[in-house]
Design a protein around this ligand. Structure first.
Ligand code: PLP
Length: 412
């Protein structure tokens, strides 16, 4: 979905930016009685994103959905037929992926797993599930996987997660070399591979690199893919490893107002010019890109008030349910969905043709979702609806802070 750009001062979206069936479901919820704070998801939208990306890519590429972006079971299930597998980090994400996917398709569970602090219980569950690749983050983790695999009498497929020193992905843009808790720093890779080759119960299939984030540029993402493949081929050769698996992580971006969406067709075309050696599959792990626009977050306006000349719309909800707009410094615009009924029998406060700041129900000024947005009209009892709320929304929020009821989740 491409959101329309807004003029300055920023105007709220018109309600017709919301699909008809989303509006209908939200108005149903508003009539149902309890003040609304809810996510509405459309599984078909997520499925379409996955289908589109998968269809654009060459046969050696595989799309694994990064479950952390949206772990609502209905969404994971909607994506299952259109992705090659799932990327998980915890036992509960693993279980979700195993029940949503089709393990019989490849003979092993179509899952890869990453995470900088995989505990022995997590690693044990991954080894037992026989996942495609455990992305090992350190030498100690390789030792643990080896020990578990030997005890279980199996061989565990592992990919070494690498934090590269420098990724020259275009003339001017460089990534990598930043200290982090993720993976093995490139200068240490040789030594770790050498030590890993001595460990029983491991099959080192390749490498995992997750260095891109919210990238909207198809050219640089394709160049990043190419770099990951070429680096992996070189490194495997030098270490005497039979390379079968290159995982380039997630990081395909989602456009907000005024930004140009990621060009999937162009990315596929450029990726098609990369030639991984035969027998090597390249795994992409998009999260946000697949699910951002399949979700809408809606909260009822509990109160409307003016304070020293500024207007506030106060929501039944906020960063306890939808933290993204504040934590990522993105301006996440919203629409006001008018609700006709006003059963309270007292004057209904309203703000008309003014700038309004949209805040939540928490007792902290941090709980601000949208500042100074020009609205035609917002009244107590109306709904404020944020499109493009399907990724890192419900999962990312601080549900327990102040103890209000958690946001509902509905599948269309
Ligand atoms: C979070 C994450 C992803 C998904 O990232 P997006 O930016 O949502 O595409 C993929 N792989 C790993 C290892 C991650 O941690």
């Amino acid at each position: 979905m491409q959101l329309p750009p807004s003029a300055a001062p920023r105007s709220a979206y018109p309600p017709d930016v919301l699909p008809e069936q989303v509006r209908r479901r939200l108005l149903q919820l508003a009539r149902a009685g309890e003040p609304v704070s809810a996510y509405v998801y459309d599984g078909a939208v997520a499925a379409e994103r996955a289908r589109e990306l998968r269809a654009a890519l060459p046969g050696w590429a595989q799309v694994y959905y990064a479950v952390k972006a949206n772990s609502f079971p209905g969404i994971v299930q909607a994506l299952a037929p259109y992705v090659d597998g799932f990327e998980v980090a915890s036992v509960s994400e693993l279980e979700l992926a195993l029940t949503a996917g089709e393990p019989e398709r490849t003979g092993t569970a179509p899952v890869v797993a990453a995470g900088p602090a995989k505990s022995v219980p997590v690693l044990t569950a991954l080894v037992r599930a026989g996942v495609e690749a455990i992305n090992a983050e350190s030498l100690l983790e390789l030792h643990r996987i080896s020990r578990i695999a030997v005890a279980e009498g199996v061989t565990a497929r592992v990919a070494l997660r690498v934090n590269p020193a420098d990724i020259p992905i275009s003339g001017s843009l460089h990534m990598g070399g930043a200290p982090s808790q993720f993976g093995v720093a490139e200068p240490d890779v040789r030594e770790v591979l050498c030590a890993a080759s001595e460990l029983p119960g491991l099959d080192l299939v390749g490498f995992h690199i997750h260095a891109a984030s919210n990238n909207l540029d198809a050219d640089t993402h394709a160049a990043y893919l190419r770099w990951c493949v070429e680096w992996s081929v070189r490194t495997a050769q030098a270490a005497g490893i039979t390379l079968r698996h290159v995982d380039i992580g997630g990081g395909i971006g989602v456009a907000f107002e005024g930004e140009k969406p990621f060009d999937v067709a162009r990315f596929g075309e450029l990726a098609g010019q990369v030639e991984p050696p035969p027998g090597v599959r390249v795994v992409l792990e998009p999260g946000r890109f697949l699910v951002a626009d399949c979700g809408w977050y809606a909260a009822e306006v509990t109160d409307v008030k003016a304070s020293y000349g500024e207007w506030f719309a106060v929501l039944r909800g906020g960063i306890n349910h939808f933290q993204l707009p504040t934590s990522w410094d993105i301006v996440h615009n919203a629409a006001v969905l008018p609700v006709k009924d006003w059963p309270e029998g007292c004057p209904r406060p309203a703000a008309e043709d003014v700038r309004v700041t949209v805040v939540g129900e928490l007792c902290t000024p941090e709980d601000t979702l949208l500042r100074d947005v020009l609205v035609d009209r917002v009244r107590a009892g109306d709904l404020v609806v944020f499109p493009c709320a399907g990724s890192y929304g419900w999962e990312f929020a601080m549900h327990s802070f102040l103890g209000h009821p958690v946001a509902e989740r509905h599948l269309l």
